[in-house]
Design a protein around this ligand. Structure first.
Ligand SMILES: Nc1ncnc2c1ncn2[C@@H]1O[C@H](COP(=O)(O)OP(=O)(O)O)[C@@H](O)[C@H]1O
Ligand SMILES: [Mg+2]
Length: 272
């Protein structure tokens, strides 16, 4: 579904991406995790063919996004993709309903009835059914974010990207929104989904598999519970310092490994 191999990208004299290699299978869910500024948004733009890499190959749904010659062809691929970027990018002069219709009219062959049904169902699923005829500026940040997520999924994409879907939101709203993405995706057909985030809790709540980027490279790729106890040192440190201060009850809710909880909550261990 997504395949990156040896992707490199520099801005000026700064090499941001040195070697980014990972792939995502159909129906798979992954979290792309790394500190702010490590290049997550850049990676997403490269996958979508919006930014050319300096080296390496990128495939999206079997299409080579680097060698792709025409914008028409790229648009054809992107019709099957859902994306919610951090900057919501809703049209301010359109209502919520019009924003969602706009996306579906351009990207699908749905009938008006089908579009109407999807708008109502999806808005209700994220608990903002009554915003249908409101304008984005009338909504709170969290509500706008939900509309962005609905828009990414309204077109019934084969693969969906969510870039920092919870950045700037309080922890409770973040959890709600994350659960909504999971539920919505589960309801519809089998989609590949990628959430990019710098927040460890968000990443591990969203997917079992995390791909961690640091200093331009993928430093870990696998089930986070395994990485947490037996990953490379930098990875163990990055994951654990953000988890071991949590309440034990919450740590259990996150389903952190038992021996990890024992070591850091009961035996007084400090971050590796
Ligand atoms: N078009 C660009 N021109 C110059 N620098 C850029 C550009 N896009 C991103 N950068 C730089 O690359 C770094 C990483 O960006 P980004 O991909 O947004 O990271 P992340 O999403 O992980 O926070 C930032 O320091 C940013 O300034
Ligand atoms: Mg970013």
């Amino acid at each position: 579904m997504i395949r990156l191999n040896g992707v490199q990208k520099s801005f000026g004299s700064e090499q941001l991406l040195k070697n980014i290699t990972f792939s995502v299978e159909p129906g798979e869910r992954i979290s792309l995790l790394g500190p702010g500024g490590c290049g997550k948004t850049t990676i997403l733009k490269i996958i979508l063919g919006l930014l050319p890499p300096d080296a390496g190959s990128v495939e999206l749904m079997g299409k080579d996004m680097v060698l792709m010659s025409s914008d028409t062809e790229r648009r054809q691929v992107l019709r099957k993709v859902g994306m919610a970027f951090q900057q919501g990018a809703l049209f301010d002069f359109m209502t919520v309903r019009e924003n969602l219709f706009f996306a579906m009219e351009h990207m699908t062959d749905f009938s008006v009835q089908e579009m109407d049904r999807r708008v109502k169902d999806l808005l209700q699923a994220v608990k903002i059914g009554r915003t249908e005829h409101q304008f984005p500026f009338e909504l709170s940040g969290g509500m706008q974010r939900r509309v962005g997520i609905v828009r990414a999924l309204a077109t019934d994409p084969v693969v969906a990207f969510f870039d920092e879907p919870t950045a700037g939101l309080d922890p409770v709203t973040s959890t709600i929104i994350l659960n909504m993405i999971r539920d919505l995706a589960g309801k519809t057909s089998e989609k590949a989904m990628l959430v990019s985030t710098s927040n460890v809790e968000i990443a591990i709540r969203f997917a079992d598999r995390v791909v961690i980027v640091h200093e331009g490279r993928v430093v870990a790729d696998g089930p986070w519970r395994e990485l947490l106890v037996s990953g490379p040192d930098w990875v163990k440190h990055f994951l654990s310092v953000r988890l071991i201060g949590l309440d034990e009850e919450y740590a259990r809710e996150l389903d952190l490994p038992g021996r990890f909880i024992d070591r850091y909550w009961h035996q007084g261990g400090t971050a590796p």
